[in-house]
Design a protein around this ligand. Structure first.
Ligand code: ADP
Length: 236
């Protein structure tokens, strides 16, 4: 296993006050990291810092093993506006292809092949022509996951992928993500409020509260006082 993400002393803020302070952790090739913590603790902000969507105030995010920021697949939290997006599923997925050159606005053959493969991987061939806004919540997340997959062969960053989905649909989505992780070797960094899903699938847990409160393996987290308290609180 090679180390391919190293976050060192990261600090981020929206104005003067720091939202995240002195965050350090690392991830090896092919691992699944879940980031947990209370609302407002800075989880989404951290994802955006890693993906390069927001600037850092201090510290660094280093990539190894050929990973670059352009090669990250990012699944953002869904907003109501995105849910009403008028394009069809195929167009939404294709918009995730970030690399290929375009000729007169047309997508390259390799981009179209990539979108086709991602649609196949997520099992949404039968709805690829449907308007995105007509899909169920679970189908929309599958389409957005396929879109994120178009951008990467190495790392998926997922912000609350199962929020709003019922338990059965959540379990199916987790299984698809797990297959991408275990079979295709794609590392995952996931923010989730769903602690039971996080501990079931993750190799490592980062618990933040505007700084690092815990970082280690899932087993270590579950036997820590913080892990016992947080996991128990969510299941109660
Ligand atoms: P989490 O994902 O853990 O719920 P966030 O990273 O979304 O937390 O937010 C961390 C803190 O930063 C919160 O206090 C939130 O209100 C604040 N915040 C988030 N986004 C913005 C923004 N665009 N502008 C100003 N403050 C923000």
């Amino acid at each position: 296993m090679k180390k391919f993400i190293e976050v060192k002393n990261l600090t981020m803020s929206y104005d003067r006050e720091a939202v995240l302070r002195d965050v350090s952790f690392s991830l090896n090739d092919g691992e699944w990291l879940s980031i947990v913590g209370e609302n407002g603790s800075g989880k989404s902000t951290l994802l955006k810092g890693i993906a390069g969507l927001l600037p850092l105030k201090g510290g660094s995010v280093g990539f190894g093993d050929g990973l670059t920021r352009k090669g990250i697949g990012y699944l953002p939290q869904q907003t109501a506006i995105q849910r009403d997006f008028p394009a069809c599923v195929h167009e939404v997925v294709l918009s995730g292809c970030t690399g290929g050159a375009r000729l007169l606005g047309m997508r390259s053959r390799s981009d179209r092949q990539r979108a086709h493969d991602a649609i196949h991987e997520l099992g949404i061939e039968h709805i690829h022509h449907k308007p995105y806004c007509d899909l169920s919540g679970g189908q929309q997340q599958r389409a957005l996951l396929a879109r994120a997959l178009c951008a990467t062969e190495k790392l998926l960053i997922l912000d609350e992928p199962v929020t709003g989905l019922d338990p059965l649909v959540s379990a199916e989505l987790y299984e698809s993500i797990s297959k991408l992780n275990k079979t295709n070797g794609i590392a995952v960094i996931m923010v989730s409020h769903d602690i039971s899903g996080a501990v079931k699938y993750s190799d490592k847990i980062l618990h933040i509260g505007r700084g690092v409160e815990f970082f280690g393996t899932t087993e270590e987290y579950l036997s820590s006082d913080l892990g016992k308290h947080f996991a128990g609180k969510q299941e109660a």
